[in-house]
Every structure is written in structure tokens, then in C-alpha cells.
Write a protein that binds this ligand. Structure first.
Ligand code: NAD
Ligand code: IPM
Ligand code: MN
Length: 368
């Protein structure tokens, strides 16, 4: 059976790291019993330059029709002054919203070979394996009103609205608990019920649902600010961290640094299963952005992007064996000492994006 992949490389380092995923897809098509049909689109600043919008209607339609979207990164200083609605990031938010991708899985895994690349002490992060489950289509990212208004006295007032309903909280809570059951079976729910009404509802809904549907999974509530602190104090206390859209964005960047670099963290964004086919819409993207400071130099770490493709195999195509193969290949390449600049220590030989991608592909070949 053929799987339809829609590739959106985007801006900055996006196309550089997507190239390494394309090489893996080409090799899989030629050598394994799979068939990926790929199509490329423009997103973010590159779409703005071509069409004057952050994503064209044609490419939105292709994303909707694909079995999975593989997304690089968007944004950069070049587009700092484009209209707000056409800014590169608007495309990413529209894709998430229109595809209904409410569940964002951000695993932070410390590869053994990188245990001393973290900014934390080795013993704090060695063996770390946490999963941030971030709500992705609600909260302050999308709540209305969202505007800047000019007041009578000439001042301006900016409004963002944090908004959650019971059902939005329930469906992401189920995702977190279901995944916890496949792991160490612990959920920590992060919110700020001490300040926010949405935090109060979040805590109430998670508590009720946890007790009713997942009585055998220990649930802990942690204030989001304390959660950020605990992540750098003693990260291994966590298994699954469940949080809203904004806290999830921030906590996952913190978690990324525990693994050595933002260039290591993949993600999967999933929709609800279709009532008829059971298939979920999905998009896979690294947690990091377009890294304008290193774009065009060929030195970006492609691992987060490659590991995001591995998540696509696991979550969209039931290809767990092939996903394991890619994850193992990444671990082996790191064990052999290959390092892009972001994960290199003094004395390490630093490789380029394409050398790292090629080395991972070589290991995949060896494992196949
Ligand atoms: P960033 O993630 O692009 O970069 C932060 C730092 O991490 C930079 O020093 C960068 O060089 C480094 N870095 C990131 N990915 C790396 C990789 N693969 N290899 C090596 N180093 C890497 O965040 P930023 O600088 O705050 O944002 C830049 C632009 O990206 C902004 O326009 C922002 O909105 C956008 N952004 C997009 C996404 C996305 O497309 N999913 C995510 C985050 C930020
Ligand atoms: C992320 C990014 C996005 C977010 C931006 C680029 C809209 O930071 O995916 O983590 O805030 O969700
Ligand atoms: Mn982010």
C-alpha cells in the first residue's frame, strides 16, 4: 500500500534537514517493502515570498489529503515586518487547527552517548525518558478575543484569551493517560490553578477523568512554574507531563536542553481517529525552529527531523520495526562519536548536516 507524505521543508534550516529525511525515504522506497508517495509544498516565509501568504490554499488542501505531513521549520528575521496574518508562524498554527491536531507528543530522551552533553550534570539526566503531552489547538494560542485595540486616551491594549472547554481537556487527558500506560505509568499534570480559571478547570477535569477511567495510573498535579523548576532540578521524577498549549511550548524547550540540544527533540501532532476509517490526521516536526543564526551553513543537527520521521512511521503507519531501526541508527551514530556543532564538546570532531544524515542512513542500511 502506498502512503501519501506531504513534505513542507519551510525556512532557514528546514530545507537542509528535510533533505536528510528525503534520502531516508528514497532508500526505504527502493529497499524495503514500503511505498511512500511524496509531494513538496511551500510554507512560512518561502510561501510568503512566492504567493504573499504563509501557506497557499492548494498546499493546505494537499496537507488535508495526505496520510502525514512532514514539516521542517518556519520563520526568520527576513519576514519580521510582514502583516501579522501572513507571518510564517501563522501557517503552522493554521495547519494544526485545520487538521485538528490537538495532541502534541514531545518525547525528551537522553541518548546514552549524550549523557554528558546536557547542560545539567550527567547523573541527573542519564537514562532520562520523559514525554510531554501538549494540548495543541486550544488555549491562549487560539482563544478569542485576540487583538490590539486603541483606547480613548490613545494607549493601546493587547488581549489574548486563554480558553478551554471540558471536552478539549478530556481528550488530551486521555491521550496522556493512554501513553503513560505504555511507559512508566505516571502522569504529572501541569497548570496554574492558583491564578487561572482555566487552570482550575484543567485540574478538576483531569482529576475526575483520571480517577474514573485510569484508576491504576498515579496522577500528580504540579504548578507549571514549579514544573519548569523540577525539570532542571530532578527531571527523572517525571514520566508523562500533561499540559496546555502555552505551558507545553515552554516546558518542551526546557526538556530539550536536558537531552543536549534543541536539535535533538522530535514531535508528533495527532488528530482524533476518523469515525469511519480510524485514521488520524498527523503532522511530524522537530520542536526547534528555523535557526536563522546557523541557516545556510549546512551545520544544523538533522536528528530532531529524522526522529520526527521515525515518529511518523510509528504513529501513522504502524511501522514500529522501521521506526526502531531509525532510532537505533541515531543512537549508534552518536555512540560512534559523530557530533554536529550543537552537541559537540571541546575536542570532538564536528560533522555537517549532510554527513550526520548520511551516517544515520548508513546505520539504517546496516540494520535492515
Ligand atoms: P530556534 O529553535 O530556531 O533556535 C534556537 C537556538 O537553537 C538557535 O541558537 C539555533 O541555532 C539552535 N538550534 C535550533 N535547532 C537546531 C538544530 N537542528 N541544530 C543545531 N542548532 C539548532 O528558535 P528561535 O531562534 O527562537 O526562533 C527562530 C525562528 O523560528 C522564529 O521565527 C520562530 O518563530 C521560529 N520557530 C519555528 C518553529 C517551527 O517551525 N516549528 C519552532 C520554533 C520557532
Ligand atoms: C513550537 C513553536 C511554535 C509554537 C511557534 C513557531 C508558533 O515554538 O512548535 O514549539 O509556539 O507552538
Ligand atoms: Mn516552541
Amino acid at each position: 500500500m502506498s502512503h501519501k507524505l506531504f513534505l513542507l521543508p519551510g525556512d532557514g534550516i528546514g530545507p537542509e534537514i528535510m533533505k536528510e529525511v528525503k534520502a531516508i525515504i528514497d532508500w526505504m522506497n527502493a529497499n524495503l517493502d514500503v511505498s511512500f508517495e511524496t509531494d513538496d509544498g511551500l510554507v512560512g516565509g518561502s510561501a510568503y515570498d512566492a504567493y504573499g501568504v504563509a501557506i497557499s490554499e492548494e498546499d493546505m488542501a494537499k496537507a488535508m489529503a495526505a496520510d502525514a505531513v512532514i514539516f521542517g521549520a518556519v520563520g526568520g528575521p527576513k519576514w519580521a515586518s510582514v502583516p501579522y496574518e501572513a507571518r510564517p508562524e501563522a501557517a503552522l498554527l493554521r495547519l494544526r487547527k485545520d487538521l485538528g491536531l490537538f495532541a502534541n507528543l514531545r518525547p525528551a530522551l537522553v541518548y546514552p552517548a549524550l549523557a554528558d552533553s546536557s547542560s545539567l550534570k550527567k547523573e541527573l539526566v542519564e537514562g532520562l525518558d520523559i514525554l510531554i503531552v501538549r494540548e495543541l489547538t486550544g488555549g491562549v494560542y487560539f482563544g478569542e478575543p485576540k487583538e490590539i485595540v486603541t483606547l480613548e486616551d490613545g494607549q493601546k491594549r493587547a488581549i489574548d484569551t486563554q480558553l478551554y472547554t471540558t471536552s478539549e481537556i478530556e481528550r488530551i487527558t486521555r491521550v496522556a493517560f493512554d501513553l503513560a500506560k505504555t511507559r512508566s505509568n505516571r502522569v504529572a499534570s501541569a497548570e496554574k490553578h492558583n491564578v487561572m480559571k482555566s487552570g482550575l478547570l484543567w485540574k478538576e477535569v483531569v482529576t475526575k477523568l483520571g480517577a474514573k477511567e485510569y484508576p491504576d495510573t498515579p496522577l500528580e498535579h504540579v504548578l507549571a512554574d514549579n514544573c519548569a523548576m523540577q525539570l532542571v532540578r530532578r527531571p527523572k521524577q517525571f514520566d508523562v507531563i500533561l499540559c496546555d498549549n502555552l505551558f507545553g511550548d515552554i516546558l518542551s524547550d526546557v526538556a530539550a536542553m536536558l537531552t543536549g540540544s534543541l536539535g535533538m527533540l522530535p514531535s508528533a501532532s495527532l488528530g482524533a481517529p476518523d469515525e469511519k476509517t480510524g485514521k488520524r490526521k498527523a503532522m511530524y516536526e522537530p520542536v526547534h525552529g528555523s535557526a536563522p543564526d546557523i541557516a545556510g551553513k549546512g551545520i544544523a543537527n538533522p536528528i530532531a527531523m529524522i526522529a520526527s520521521f521515525s515518529m511518523a512511521l510509528r504513529y501513522s503507519f504502524e511501522m514500529g520495526k522501521e521506526a526502531d531501526m531509525i532510532d537505533k541508527a541515531i543512537a549508534t551514530v552518536l555512540e560512534k562519536g559523530l557530533r554536529t556543532g550543537d552537541i559537540a564538546k571541546e575536542g570532538d570532531t564536528v560533522v555537517t548536516t549532510s554527513q550526520m544524515g548520511a551516517a544515520v542512513l548508513e546505520e539504517i542500511k546496516a540494520l535492515a
